[in-house]
Design a protein around this ligand. Sequence first.
Ligand code: GAL
Length: 909
Amino acid sequence: MDKFSLDRDWKFYNGDFELPETKTHTECYMAAKAGGAIGAASPDFDKSDWETVNLPHDWAVYNEFEEKWGPSQGYKKRGKAWYSKRFRLDESDRDKQILIEFEGISSYATVYLNGSVIGRNFCGYNSFVVDATDMALYGDQVNDLVVFVDATQIEGWWYEGAGIYRHVNLYKKNKLHIAHWGVFVHPIRKTVDVWDAATDTTIENSSYENKNFRLKTYILDKEDNIVGKDEKEFSVAGGNKIEVNQSILTYSPLLWDIDAPNLYTMVSELYENDSLVDSQKNTFGFRTIAINKDNGFFLNGRHVPLYGTCNHQDHAGVGVAVPDSVNEYRIKLLKEMGSNAYRCAHGNPNPEILDYCDKYGILVMDENRNFNSSADGIKQVQDMVMRDRNHPSVVMYSLFNEEPLQGTPTGRKLAERLQCEIKKLDATRFLVGAMNTGVTTDGGACDILDMTGFNYITHTYDDFREKYPDMPMLGSENDSAFQTRGVYKTDHSKNIIDCYDSEAAPWGNTYRDGFKQVDTRPHIMGLFIWTGFDYRGEPTPFEWPSIGTQFGIMDTCGFKKDAFYLNKAFFTDEPMIHILPHWNFADGEEVRVMTHTNCSEAELFLNGKSLGKKNVDKYDMADWFVPFEKGTLKMVGYIDSKEVCSDEVSTANAAKKIIITPQNEFVYDSCDDAVIFNISVVDENGVSVPTADNLIKFTADGGEIIGVGNGDPNSHEADKAEERHLFNGLCQVIVKQSDGAENVTVTAASDGLESATATVKSVANENKKIFIPSVNEKYIAKWRQAVDLSETRPDPNVKIEDHDMNTWGIVSVGSGYDDKFKNVTGYGLYKTTVNINENDNFIVFRELTGNEVEVFVNGEQKFKGDCQWGRKVEINVSDVNGDADIVVIVNSTKADGNGGISKPVVITD
Ligand code: GAL
């Protein structure tokens, strides 16, 4: 196993620090050196009072809603912050390649290791990898991985969160290894039954010697049978890399399809002199994709209209730091609706989302964030493609969304450049731009891509088709219709909109009209509805106090609005019917009752009495106006005059009892896995109370509450809390499992209601994460050292001249004996200045070595003794406050003896 998790136990400081002044010559000289970072990026910076946090972490979601921060980012402050994780690597890792993969940081990140920058990434959406090999420390020495995050940078007009909001992984690799994201499997159908699982593997040799290797590549099916293999021998020069292309024939594999998402594993094994030095497993699928100007999209030769949704990444309670199981819950809901496509708006998603799209059979439009062809911009598309190109779910890459330059020659040049860079890495996906203007302008980005994506502008569909009859067309963004979950009377003064599909943004369409526009034009390959889920920020058409959107087919908790059933009626053929609204109104009030169904007729019954059967228009549906009368309202669906399905709602009495519905059947043990518990209330007959707004208080056992929500776009209640009001009958609590707990149990209580308890069992996970522990101690790692040993005992009070860079060197101590004492005798002199605060009581030298060692603090001798066999020395500094000069004199009297500050030095309380 060469993959480890760095998710746990980071130190976090919400804010920034002034850089210390570098006035003296020495300070400037030292700060300019490898390992010389100053301020919070320095390994010696005291981080002991920083908060401890686990990843994924979104600090913005902890902040209060404040009007001054504006609507786009959901009225949350973002700002700047520092993270640090101190950890050890094994002595045996010393000869390895150490890589650190950040799955996503919002927004601009600078990564330091042991005082040197090892990476910068200025985009909040791409995953990126930094090579930590050269700066890493091993054995007793401690690594300080520091990340400075600048989330004042805006990349979106929606809530982007702030911080290291996705997982961080560390890889330990042999110097001869398969490159990170270095395996690309792109199966080609040769004949009906024969496939070539063509695989390109990049082998990297980060040693400096030439290496010979054998690459063994084989395909495993679900039962671990080998169904195709190939082996090749090559050599690769030191410090170089090579791409190996293999053709792996496979016979009659099970195809990956949206209805049968069959997956295979490509195992790549790298051998050097018959010993296995590296291996990688990549999941992939056999499938073909094609597009056609007249009929749209084809999967495995079958016409599949794309019924998609666009989605941002945040969820109730957790912001953008979404646990994997919550992402899985969201993908499953979309699948349940019959949606078969997912657009990652407007940037690369969490990689886990693509795993779930592979698993559940959802086609993905993967999207690039920045329309930019600088080296940084190109790296961002490269990261996207290299990370995501093995996913059978990914069928297209979107280069941009609604770029003002899209219809201009500049936009064309940008698109051409990005297209070229993508095709070099993956020529098997279609490329699209999501355009809201400029589609019929010659010379822009539109006609160089594989298809034209239309964001809204349905009125241009026909003109475009006439002008560019050969260009495939796609609804890349549609509708922007509004619904507030559980609301059946629009009240703009309260920022709420009914769920009868009555309103959409001026540039959009209602769900019904939007679907009709696409469905009646078979050459348009499908649509991506804006959006599957409500998200924070962009509270269009309202502003404060609304803090989130109402565009979602589901709310931020994944609670279904009526739009869920409306779109399900459009997307699916299996007979279904849904009735709206609920049935709790004032006696005699006239209520609009509507059906969302794929049946051709529907009949409404109130308390058993028919209120009439109606033909259902495929797009518009059907409705009735009914004076309210307590009881049960039932809607029956008919196809060919046969009753095929029904749905009903009953009047609820006062809330009596809380109901908890866990969304996972189990939780993985010791993996930071989380469970969603959905909360509702019922009356004495078990009927859900659709208007309930009780305050529910939670306690969790075997886990930690990491967020609560209720989907109300106007609520300012805290996400990080142990209570939440129901909003129109529902709320949600998300609980993260505690290591080793047998169960995760949640209790929900509310004044005047019967409380409830629900339990989810923990199970072992065979792919358990291995977490690298943190070492949270204050280190004194950086020292100055007299370059030469002296024959006579040096003066402990000797001053280092500010201009003296040459008789005094810079050393990082603690990694063993000092080479200076090898085969010679003499006095070595070490000096540093540290800040001692009132909680610091001891300086602990974990090991000093030398025949005679002396330690001085501010000129006063604190220790003198024989350390020839190595000795731990503790110096009491409880009487010291502020900057202290520490001097160590090591006298080695035997040429075959050892000397030095041989183990790390720490300050303790
Ligand atoms: C589009 C845009 C989306 C969102 C949407 C709201 O123009 O691409 O990000 O802002 O409008 O209707």
